[in-house]
Design a protein around this ligand. Sequence first.
Ligand code: MCN
Length: 787
Amino acid sequence: MSTRLFGEPVRRREDPRLLTGQGRYLDDLGRDALAAAFVRSPHASARIRDVDVAPALDVEGLVAVYTWEDLPERIGRPLPLLIPHPALTHGRTAHPLARDVVRHVGEPVVMVVASDRYAAEDACALIEVDYEPLTPVVGLERAVRGDALVHDDVPGNVGAHLVQEVPGADGRGAAEAIEAAPHTLAFRLHIERSASTPLEGRGVHARWDGRDLRVHSSTQTSTSVRMAVAAALGLPLPNVEVIAPDVGGGFGVKIVHPWPEEILVPWAAMTLGREVKWTEDRREHFIASAHERGQIQDVRVGFDDDGRVLGLDVTILHDHGAYTPYGIIVPIVTSTQLLGPYKIGAYRVEFSSVYTNTLQVTPYRGAGRPQGVFCMERTMDKIARHLGKDRAEVRAANLIGPDEFPYDQGMTFQDGRPLVYDSGDYPRMLRMLKELIGWDDHVGRPGLGIGLGCYVEGTGVGPYEGGHVQVTSDGRVHVSTGLTSQGQGHETAFAQIAASELGVPIERVSVVTGDTRRFGYAVGTFASRAAVMSGNAIALACRKVREKALRIAADALEADPADLEIVEGEVRVVGAPGPAVPLSTVAVLANPLRYAFDEETAKATQFSGAAPPDRPPVAEGDEPGLEGRDYYSPVRSTFAAGMHAAVVETDPDTAEIRVLRYAVVHDCGRLINPMIVEGQIHGGVAQGIGGALYERMVYDEHGQLVNASFMDFLMPYATEIPRVETAHLETPSPLNPLGIKGAGEAGVIPVSAVIASAVEDAEGFPIDRMPLSPSELYHLRLRHAGQ
Ligand code: MCN
């Protein structure tokens, strides 16, 4: 079998386990643990006058009840603000349990620990919290009026305000460029709130043995949870382990760290000296985790007769809910990556991020990009319509050329580094897309529409990620990296990288992620960064191991290491089928305590059992063992890109929107595994169709989320998702050794823009808001017909 596995569509090795129910998720652990449950606020805005826990104390099985007052000082502090920004002048985070005010429905007020979840929930139901309801701030229009405040000390509810301006080549600002342009347009776009909604909600399990704390969490960032828990509980880092078991999806919501429950459950486990577990239920996930997407965007654009954009001015109003644990990353990403694959004359973007008495906002797959792409692509379509031009042609007139890389957009990426696109071929990508969907052959007829959308995505954000690779004396390769997996197929893709780098069959490679016992330093899985960051770190660690293996084997083969290669797990002279040294043997030779795993290796190395060292490790200064660790830290992010097109049909009577075809051309640099990337894109497109046509968080004027269940929050079924036709373009990134760009979020990013483009084509009037339900489309038809 071949060991050149990089780029092959290897079947996901984790799937048989996960698909046959062998996965071990958070709730599979700690079957005998005490259960935690929470009393959560039923009000969107209220002062807590009193909490009476007495009625709950007689519940059989009750173990403990905690309010904010019961928490030690270091646990009761407001949770950390993870990504501060100078523009976030009024950042606010919640206390783990509400102190004296609640600011959204679902905010935790009391924690109950009991023998099982039934008892814990019974006790929660008996606890009496006396609230003084306050006027809730719901909706962006209400928030900016500023006549009621979410936080008393945040005037006008404005948490952050930022203006960024990139003048054109002639030095003119956007306002001036728009003023002078032959054509101008102005319009407003709305995107409603949605959420990650992974199949598995959040959950924490903790066990304290008097010295060490072991925490399992359904998280995207186990190392950060570890640091947060250690800091909050005052424990030295080596005494805290955090493990992400199998995680049933995250899609962004599980990057927040620590969640209040991630501090409270371990603290309760330590305080009580018992295992404690909390598993989020679906309603809790809707009202007490995080949402995203809600934004209003006002656009002014100036362009020439060819549709080239001369000036673009965008004003964004972002709803970040009641708290800002993740700072203002979402509107920052929208505003900095809005320009997509285009050369825009002059650009000005301004956003205000405002508090409302709704659930907090943190990144959800795409993280602000779907809103930005919606803005840019609606703009392209409106320009085409205004000029009577083909929509693809207008885009082509604005695309960055293949010889213009590195291309500096003049903005600053969210990590503070310059926003420079590293490589790509956007015109070719557009040609590929047009051919794939049959753009030029599409025959328009009422009710049938075609649309398209383009985007770029900064992926593989730093600062670093690491990899450790160890070859053991049975010839197996053990790979570990600190970031976590939620279903992306890392076990397979990272094994492919290691197998290719080390020249071993993939069956011999095992991969561990998200376990701080195996790898303690990591940033986490988000922002489509795992493949770029851990993939390269693992490759670099493998290269160290390879170098050492060749050096040791060279001794045995009496050859020059430069003349050696590893094929099928054996070191041999390049191109010579003669004598070879298996990596198992090299691993034994690399360890002064020479313990051969099997008889064959014992014979080859003349060592069996734990023989005393007869000589020092192989070379002066070498560490024992055939293993290596390395870190990868990028100079800046690498830019993936994609273009999507869809054909939709809208029902003349019911206004139902059906997606008949969906085509994707995608460039994530060198593909590690095209099948995994396609799976990621398909999943993303499905999530995007959900966001375009079905999913929204509906708050009433009291701040109650009225569709907080899967009965009322519509997700698409497989029946609503067409087969996604995918083509790849591979422009390797010059920024990292493997030439990779990220892929995990890509599928979702342009979907709302693409569907809007297609529905607009079918209906003939502007589509300026997402999601779009049949009843909304019906009312738009009436309005357009003047009724
Ligand atoms: N890949 C590849 N070749 C490339 C790039 C990526 O083969 N050139 C593979 C990678 O090896 C990996 C997968 O594609 O198996 C995604 O890689 P990457 O783009 O690095 O994304 P991450 O692994 O960092 O995953 C995070 C990303 C994000 S940000 C969200 S949100 C998301 C997503 O992945 N959440 C997911 N996809 C998800 N998929 C599942 N099943 N569950 C989630 O919660």
